[in-house]
Design a protein around this ligand. Structure first.
Ligand code: GLU
Length: 371
């Protein structure tokens, strides 16, 4: 079975140059329908799929009849506003053929950099996937300014993969992988099928083999690989130009370059939690919770006897037993004030106590590292 066929949570990034027909300035419907068939097939096989799609600016600029050449910031913002609707409609129509619901998610750089927004986006995406919807994500180019934008969807795709602990990220682009040089100008350039570490040599190769067609050349793809690998997510650079390109990759009928991380997404996430230098507070727990934690369970509000610190949702906190021994460390699902209100109470009481229904767990087991 190919890595793609065995993926449980997949992010597919689609570049503008393969989705939008340059001559007509329109979406390639046959291509998108084939992609939708492949997404439906993956979903049937139990894989959750998230699409990160470019193309809004390219579509919008044609629609608004903007002159060729570089766009001013406000022009690309206007183009994105127009193009994004077309993009979303096209995905909706294509996936509706399979009865699949599409959910549009527009992100900005802040959503991945700022902890609280990151967690919100993570939770929304998790909910959508649980409901079997396919999130179609793009950067919110209409409000993004030069200082606060990714600018390329390669890194956005990697951030999304990190955010939702995806096991696989595929960048569908106009080149089938990483080469030792630029294959279009260098006859000796050889294809590299597998990369386990981004060394300075690998980085140098990326510098010379940039794709001219979109913002994201090989340089941003290698940056994306770095983010994905650190998050325990394997990443492929693949040629997505032909109709049915994703299906060919799933079947192993097309080649691509794989960037393979050492760790799994969950262990990478836990390593990150464990390695955080500063904790924002302490949760003291009773003996029942100590037993639950050592059995690999989540920490529920009921087991908490005391809370120290002024933490926010998503901060790293220590978990200690009655005598002050540190047992675990984790990402807390409630801000300190709310946590104090629900400590010692049953999860079914959360909504009545806080006025909203948050998570049942104070620290979910996926967010918890037991010492
Ligand atoms: N977000 C941009 C768009 O949808 C594309 C960025 C990229 O080319 O990677 O037009």
């Amino acid at each position: 079975m190919t890595a793609l066929a065995s993926s449980k949570r997949l992010v597919v990034k689609i570049g503008s140059s393969i989705l939008v027909d340059e001559a007509k300035g329109e979406i390639r419907r046959d291509w998108l329908e084939a992609l939708s068939d492949d997404v439906a097939r993956l979903q049937k096989a139990g894989c959750e799929v998230v699409v990160v799609s470019s193309g809004a600016i390219r579509l919008g600029r044609r629609h608004l009849k903007l002159a060729p050449g570089p766009l001013k910031l406000e022009e690309s913002q206007a183009a994105a506003a127009t193009g994004q609707i077309q993009l979303a409609h096209a995905y909706q129509a294509a996936l509706a053929r399979h009865g699949i619901t599409v959910a549009q998610v527009l992100l900005t750089l802040d959503d991945s950099e700022e902890r609280r927004r990151y967690l919100n986006a993570r939770q929304t995406m998790g909910t959508l996937l649980g409901l079997k919807a396919v999130p179609v994500i793009n950067e919110n180019d209409t409000v993004a300014t030069d200082e606060i934008r990714f600018g390329d969807n390669d890194r956005l795709g990697a951030r999304v993969a990190e955010m939702i602990s995806a096991d696989t990220l595929v960048l569908l682009s106009d080149i089938d992988g990483l080469y030792t040089g630029d294959p279009r100008t260098d006859a000796t350039a050889t294809f590299i099928p597998e990369i386990r570490e981004i060394t300075p040599e690998i980085e140098a190769m990326g510098g010379s083999a940039a794709s001219e067609m979109s913002n994201g050349g090989m340089v941003t793809k290698l940056m994306a690989a770095r983010i994905a690998m650190a998050a325990g997510c394997r990443m492929a650079i693949a040629d997505g130009r032909t109709v049915g390109a994703l299906g060919a990759l799933i079947d192993g009928a097309a080649r691509c370059s794989w960037f393979l991380p050492e760790a799994s997404p969950l262990s990478a996430r836990k390593r990150w939690i464990k390695g955080s230098l500063k904790t924002a507070g302490t949760l003291t727990v009773d003996d029942g919770a100590v037993r639950a934690l050592s059995a690999g369970k989540s920490l529920l509000p009921a087991g908490i006897t005391a809370i120290e610190g002024d933490f926010k949702r998503g901060d790293v906190v220590d978990v200690k037993d009655r005598v002050g021994r540190t047992l675990a460390r984790g990402l807390v699902a409630y801000a300190a004030e709310d946590a104090r209100r629900i400590a010692g109470r049953k999860s079914v009481e959360i909504e009545r106590l806080l006025g909203f229904r948050g998570r049942d767990e104070m620290v979910h087991r996926d967010d918890l590292v037991v010492e």
